[in-house]
Ligand binder design. Structure first.
Ligand code: 8DG
Ligand code: MG
Length: 133
């Protein structure tokens, strides 16, 4: 039986309507695919704290405003993830990949051109349904 991994995921929305994606390092689970930045919620953290910490660590932005978007549970062969996904509606700083990862700001209509992990199709549908955020 695979364990359930609680993941905080941020869909960062810029004032020009583009959202932030980052390319997962090759050696990680789902390496090479694009993702919405985020990571595992650690013991003792709220999901909001985890998301704020992960976005600082991964893409160097300071989260100032969050709103829930969706929760997606997805079973991969090796693990099951709960993608606790939030709109990041306000932030400070200029995003860059602090772990060497490529990043991109993309229009909603262009998200389909990028390869994401399988669980992300449901996130993209939720973004479309909740747009404009
Ligand atoms: N961050 C993120 N993770 C995703 C997305 N879609 C998806 O299936 N996942 C999966 C991949 C991973 O199995 C898991 C997230 O774990 P992670 O590797 O980002 O965790 P982390 O940043 O805490 O990394 P680490 O410290 O454990 O190396 O969720 C997504 O859009 N964003
Ligand atoms: Mg991560």
């Amino acid at each position: 039986m695979s364990k359930l991994v609680h993941v905080a995921v941020g869909v960062v929305l810029r004032s020009d309507g583009k959202v932030l994606i980052a390319r997962r390092p090759d050696h990680l689970h789902m390496g090479g695919r694009w993702e919405f930045p985020g990571g595992k919620v650690e013991a003792g953290e709220t999901v909001q704290q985890a998301l704020t910490r992960e976005l600082h660590e991964e893409v160097a932005i300071e989260v100032k405003g969050l709103r829930p978007l969706t929760e997606i549970r997805h079973e991969y062969p090796e693990k099951t993830v709960l993608l606790d996904t939030w709109w990041v509606t306000e932030f400070e700083g200029e995003a860059h990949g602090r772990e060497g990862q490529e990043i991109a700001w993309v229009d909603l209509s262009a998200l389909g051109e990028y390869q994401f992990p399988d669980a992300n199709q449901a996130i993209i549908e939720a973004i479309q349904a909740d747009w404009p955020a």
